[in-house]
Design a protein around this ligand. Structure first.
Ligand code: ATP
Length: 367
């Protein structure tokens, strides 16, 4: 997508989208409700025409309003899977999967071979004679996938295809879908607002907010090096803590109620960019604040902070703790075996290797 816009009336749903998706890649479009993910996908599919910009599939220009180019969906060699996977209720599983091939007048024998191949891959062999109403939600979703992959298109477009499934099945299908995509090697663009789905399935994630692309990167990149406060706060659960702070001349992040010593290479980077002495936004993930009692790291004394434990949420696998210093509140995520109690005063350690500093004005990451 090159400089792609979609404008509805006077509302820009997608703004200046530049996104290159590699051949065979599993790309996730991730963002909150209404950010423009579906509109982006619909423009790639041809269900929606861009207001401006160019869309290519492979070398082929499929949409460019300025040149009057618009290739309709049926000629784009794509297959789509949606949240509400409309199967034909009167057709068997076999006929549902075979349908796109019949439409293209493929010989019967080849259809039979391809349907069986796909059914085998998706574990549907036993169900080929059933009608959709005789299937579970997960089985129906697999039939919808089967119908999409039977054609071996150039691109799969998927819009929250797992969101109608219950939590357990979703986790299972997540892994199956990822495996299947790798097996088929077909470029896949997958829309979701679920950051766990994005992190676990995507080769890369395109994070979108308010119609604008915020960052494109591997799950590790967007998690460890968020480009701005939006990405830092959207990816990760519980979200990253953000605190207003000042960077002092002698190398501390000063929060008023407490302060932390910045590491030498961080000071250097901050100095180079002219942030020493300035107000910034400090970010740290809850899992990077340790219960000092359990901390494995060698603790530089400066970064130990006395905090009040206000609330402890026990998730079984870990404990989410609401911590307070003076008027400042932030979250920690402690190991399950931590003995923290509500109301206690404890020491915590900030892992300074994991901190983020954002510009107060632009909200962009500085380090
Ligand atoms: P969700 O996760 O809720 O599906 P989304 O990120 O997919 O959200 P879109 O469906 O792409 O969001 O919508 C982006 C914005 O464009 C929304 O504010 C929506 O109201 C608006 N929008 C979408 N389609 C139209 C349309 N046909 N006419 C006017 N506005 C539209």
């Amino acid at each position: 997508m090159e400089g792609v816009w979609k404008i509805f009336g006077d509302f820009a749903a997608v703004k200046e989208m530049n996104l290159k998706i590699k051949d065979g890649e599993f790309m996730i479009l991730l963002g909150p409700s209404g950010c423009g993910k579906t509109t982006t996908l619909r423009m790639i599919s041809g269900l929606e025409e861009p207001s401006k910009g160019q869309i290519y599939i492979g070398d082929k220009l499929v949409a460019d309003p300025e040149k009057g180019v618009f290739i309709p969906p049926k000629d784009r060699d794509i297959a789509m899977v949606f949240q509400s996977y409309a199967l034909y209720p009167h057709m068997t599983v076999y006929d549902n999967i075979a349908f796109p091939l019949k439409l293209r007048k493929i010989p019967k024998q080849e259809i039979d071979q391809r349907v069986r191949e796909v059914a085998e891959m998706l574990g549907l062999m036993e169900l080929l004679k059933r009608k959709p109403r005789e299937l579970s939600g997960g089985q129906r979703q697999r039939v919808a996938l089967g119908r999409a992959i039977v054609r071996k298109p150039q691109v799969f477009l998927m819009d929250e295809p797992l969101s109608n499934l219950d939590a357990k099945l979703r986790v299972k299908m997540r892994a199956e879908l990822k495996k299947l995509q790798k097996q088929l090697g077909v470029t896949t663009i997958y829309v979701t607002h679920d950051q766990v789905e994005a992190m676990t399935m995507g080769d890369r994630i395109a994070v979108i907010n308010a119609g604008e692309l915020q960052q494109v990167g591997t799950p590790d990149e967007v998690y460890n090096n968020p480009a701005n406060i939006f990405v830092g706060g959207f990816i990760g659960s519980p979200p990253m803590n953000f605190l207003d702070a000042t960077l002092t001349e002698d190398g501390w992040v000063d929060f008023g109620d407490f302060r932390l010593k910045v590491l030498p290479d961080q000071i250097e980077a901050l100095m180079e960019q002219g942030y020493i002495g300035k107000e910034v936004i400090f970010g740290i993930r809850p899992e990077d604040i340790y219960d000092a009692f359990f901390a494995q790291v060698k603790i530089p004394g400066e970064n130990m902070v006395k905090v009040k434990v206000e609330i402890v949420e026990n998730l079984g696998s870990e404990k989410i703790v609401h911590l307070r210093v003076g008027n400042l509140m932030f979250f920690g995520a402690f190991p399950a075996e931590s003995k923290v109690r509500e109301g206690a005063e404890i020491d915590v350690v900030f892992d300074m290797n994991k901190i983020h500093i954002f510009d107060k004005g632009t909200k962009k990451a500085v380090i």
